[in-house]
Design a protein around this ligand. Structure first.
Ligand code: ATP
Ligand code: MG
Length: 346
């Protein structure tokens, strides 16, 4: 069997640098190297509604935005089916049958869900749909028989859940579904990029982001206000590199060639050493980071402008992708129903 790739994002905001480094970059690599048979990218509006059910307008508006983010980054609609989750109703049907295979306590143990429940203050009353979103995500993955999932590390518990469902399903109903594996970025720091606040992961819901659609001014302002070392007051003071967000981001995004291009140093290590012993100011290191980020963001912004001016093209891309996705998911649903013996009229 070849590679079937699936990933997705929740339309709860524009995509940010965490998405870029955690997942989009790997998607582009897979797309461009061509080592796949089918590739799907899903805009997870139904999942986004599980914790935004009272704000449907926001989710609707961001579906278009996320689609434009994908296209601006270089996701190629001739190679990749970009689709809208809620339009593929087979996914909801699969979710319903998979619910029988997962206990409530198993869902409550999911570390990512646990963390999100705390963040969203759902402790006292968790919406059932939210608690069950890992099951719906398992439906998304298995509907496409996807075996390769490029994600950040917050998604590992979801992959584990999906594979558990696959094993349970196949054991009870016979070999039908396919297990998958996560593709994580190379460096640890890229797997869970912290937000500008340095506390949580960069996340749309927390607003601690540099967005792929931010203009140069916004990026500059955000970089200049980044957390460094509060005890590094004068340029001559020795500074801390550990926990210094500017160095954390340089670790995630820069190459030594870029460090050479934008600073007087030959490598990031050299620049860190200088900062540690004293003699390097915060504004200096922030300017380097700003230039590195702008190198990534400038071409994305340019492409974005085109798609913003051609909304009908974006809508058509979504329509085509969704039709392809629906076709594939309905084949899997047919097999699933046959396996569960609920295929009465065939
Ligand atoms: P929300 O706050 O609504 O959950 P989010 O910012 O967490 O939004 P998602 O749509 O949930 O974004 O995540 C989509 C993909 O991007 C997932 O594969 C996830 O692992 C990856 N991702 C999100 N944030 C980061 C991050 N800070 N670092 C690395 N990868 C990330
Ligand atoms: Mg998330």
């Amino acid at each position: 069997m070849g590679n079937i790739i699936l990933t997705g994002d929740r339309p709860t905001g524009n995509l940010h640098l965490g998405h870029y480094i955690g997942s989009l970059k790997n998607r582009l690599k897979l797309q461009n190297e061509g080592h796949y048979d089918e590739m799907y990218v899903m805009i997870a509006d139904a999942q986004a509604l599980t914790d935004n059910f009272d704000n449907p307008k926001k989710i609707r508006d961001y579906v278009k935005e996320v689609a434009i983010d994908y296209l601006s980054v270089g996701i190629d609609p001739n190679k990749v089916n970009i689709f809208i989750q809620s339009e593929v109703s087979e996914l909801t049907e699969l979710t319903f049958y998979y619910m029988n295979l997962v206990t409530v306590s198993r869902l409550q143990r999911n570390p990512t869900v646990k963390n999100e429940i705390k963040q969203k203050d759902f402790d006292a009353s968790i919406p059932t749909g939210f608690l069950c979103y890992p099951i719906s995500q398992s439906a998304d993955i298995t509907a496409f028989k996807a075996n390769v999932i490029p994600v950040g590390d917050d998604q590992l518990p979801m992959i584990e859940q999906a594979n558990e469902i696959v094993r349970t399903f196949n054991r009870i109903y016979g070999e039908t579904l396919v297990e998958c594996k996560a593709i994580l970025p190379e460096k640890e720091i890229q797997r869970r990029l912290p937000g500008l606040d340095g506390n949580n992961k960069m996340s749309k819901s927390l607003g601690n982001c540099i967005y792929l659609c931010d203009d140069s001014e916004a990026v500059k302002t955000k970089v200049m206000s980044m957390y460094t070392d509060p005890n590094h007051i004068k340029i001559e003071d020795p500074g801390k590199v550990e926990g210094n967000m500017v160095f954390t981001y340089l670790d995630a995004f820069s190459s030594d060639d870029q460090i050479k291009k934008y600073s007087e140093f030959n490598s990031l290590e050299e620049m860190k050493n200088k900062y540690s012993i004293g003699g390097l100011g915060d504004v200096y290191i922030k300017k380097v980071l700003y230039n590195v980020l702008e190198e990534i963001l400038t071409p994305i912004r340019e492409k974005r402008r085109y798609y913003e001016e051609h909304p009908e093209e974006v809508l058509n891309i979504l329509k085509n992708g969704t039709n392809k996705a629906k076709e594939k998911a309905s084949n899997t649903l047919r097999e699933v129903k046959k396996a569960i013996m609920i295929d009465y009229f065939n």
